[in-house]
Design a protein around this ligand. Structure first.
Ligand SMILES: [Mg+2]
Length: 454
């Protein structure tokens, strides 16, 4: 198990900037599971962080190494739940959670790498592996501890059996038409109104039927930006808003109501992702504006409570926040049970690549619909992936390469490894020769050439 600290200097152009994260350097704590199997296949996985958090995240990955070294590739591929259970069951590491935060994210990365390997060995994309799996086996992959009061294994089995009805037809549709996407690219908080307007117009021209705007730093700015966005996209394209946890509950209600005239479709992360009752209050107050959250929801238990408390209209699962595919199966099943649409969080590094598999499985073999469902899309950093997500006419095309689309090019790993990769050593050298304590000016030139997009 090799681990890598990969960082991209995205903060220099304010890509990814929002009300809580003014300087994100999109990063991945990345790992490769190598085996001595004759097929030479490796499992790739990662957690998305935004810079110095990677120091801690990579250390967490390293702490899990003893649980995977020496295991049988056959056993793991047949039952990825083995590794999921072993990692979450490590009592000394569980103390740091339980099942939340840095340690849990690291577990998710390792578990996802096992699923990547399993799908590659099967020769199918992960969505297809899941969609073709027996419902009984899928149920065996889910940890029902702490959620059985809302979803029993028997109910899960019933949902999956029903989900299989007509799945062949939906798979055909998916392969032909893809899965709906929306774009966040126009709406980063650090962008000028001109850039916002231009990117919003381009998004509509490119076939997107929903865009998203970051809000929450300054109300007068938000009113101006919402007006510009609505003017650019017209009345029929959905406008989602995202506050990235900026507000208290009362503030979230007032601010959302102040923007209601621009007909927002949802307000995302209005407050702390841990505040279930707060979300319920906000939802009751801002309807018909929908309430969405999930990218920072730490595990299946919090999702369960958000659903039980009627606190969300949209579940935004994240492929690299919770404990990997196994826990996301639990979250998809919970959402299906409560009849709430899942619109996965993406963007970041490689999140588009991962979540498409989960949403496509859900369409083909669980919820059976794409109605009111969209996967987030942000058009950057895809060029570092061997099998990048492909969006055409506002829709994700179904990935066909075997695996979980998680594999980055070796050259990208070598270039952006921190601090020893060639980008960062050059960057530090440039800062040194400039004789300046402020490296941004010198490095900003370099950053232009590293905005690698598909
Ligand atoms: Mg968000």
């Amino acid at each position: 198990m090799d681990t890598y600290d990969i960082r991209f200097p995205t903060s220099r152009q304010l890509d990814g900037s929002d009300a809580m994260n003014p300087d994100p350097d999109y990063s991945a704590a990345y790992l490769v599971l190598r085996t001595d199997a004759p097929d030479g296949l490796a499992g790739h996985g990662f957690t998305f962080t935004i810079g110095r958090g990677n120091d801690v995240q990579v250390a967490a990955l390293d702490a899990l190494r003893p649980h995977v070294l020496g295991r049988s590739v056959e056993d793991l591929s047949a039952d990825p739940g083995l590794v999921s259970r072993a990692l979450t069951g490590d009592s000394q590491l569980r103390w740091l959670g339980p099942e939340k935060g840095v340690m849990h994210m690291a577990i998710g990365a390792v578990v996802n790498a096992v699923w990547d390997l399993a799908a590659k060995r099967r020769g199918v994309p992960l969505w297809k592996l899941l969609a073709d799996a027996e419902p009984e086996w899928l149920v065996s992959q889910v940890d029902f501890r702490y959620i059985a009061d809302a979803l029993s294994p028997e109910e899960a089995l019933e949902l999956l059996r029903r989900g299989r009805e007509g799945s062949a037809g939906r798979e055909k549709t998916l392969r032909a038409e893809g899965y709906p996407a929306y774009t966040t690219s126009p709406g980063w908080l650090g962008y000028s109104d001109e850039k916002l307007t231009r990117l919003a117009e381009e998004a509509v021209a490119a076939g997107f039927t929903q865009i998203k705007l970051k809000v929450g730093a300054d109300l007068a700015d938000d009113i101006r930006r919402c007006r510009a966005a609505r003017a650019a996209i017209g009345p029929d394209v959905r406008l989602a808003l995202d506050a990235n946890q900026r507000w208290n509950v009362a503030e979230a209600i007032e601010w959302t109501q102040a923007l209601a005239g621009f007909d927002p479709y949802w307000i995302e992360e209005p407050t702390s992702p841990d505040d279930i009752l707060g979300h319920a209050r906000i939802r009751a107050a801002v309807a018909p504006v929908k309430v969405a959250t999930g990218e920072h929801v730490q595990n299946r238990i919090v999702f369960k409570q958000l659903l039980q408390a009627d606190a969300v209209d949209v579940v935004q699962l994240d492929a690299a926040r919770v404990g990997g595919v196994n826990e996301n199966l639990a979250i998809l099943l919970l959402a299906a049970k409560f009849g709430v649409p899942v619109c996965p969080h993406a963007g970041g590094v490689g999140l588009c690549e991962l979540v498409q598999h989960l949403a496509m499985f859900d369409y083909v073999a669980l919820s059976g619909t794409t109605e009111d469902r969209v996967i987030e899309f942000v058009d950057h950093l895809h060029g570092h992936f061997e099998h990048p997500a492909v969006v055409r006419d506002g829709r994700y095309t179904a990935p066909l390469s075997p695996g979980f689309s998680a594999e980055m090019y070796p050259a990208s790993l070598a270039t952006f490894a921190y601090p020893g990769g060639t980008f960062w050593t050059d960057d530090l050298a440039a800062a040194g020769t400039a004789g300046d304590a402020e490296p941004v000016g010198a490095a900003g030139v370099v950053a232009e050439s590293v905005e690698v997009t598909a």
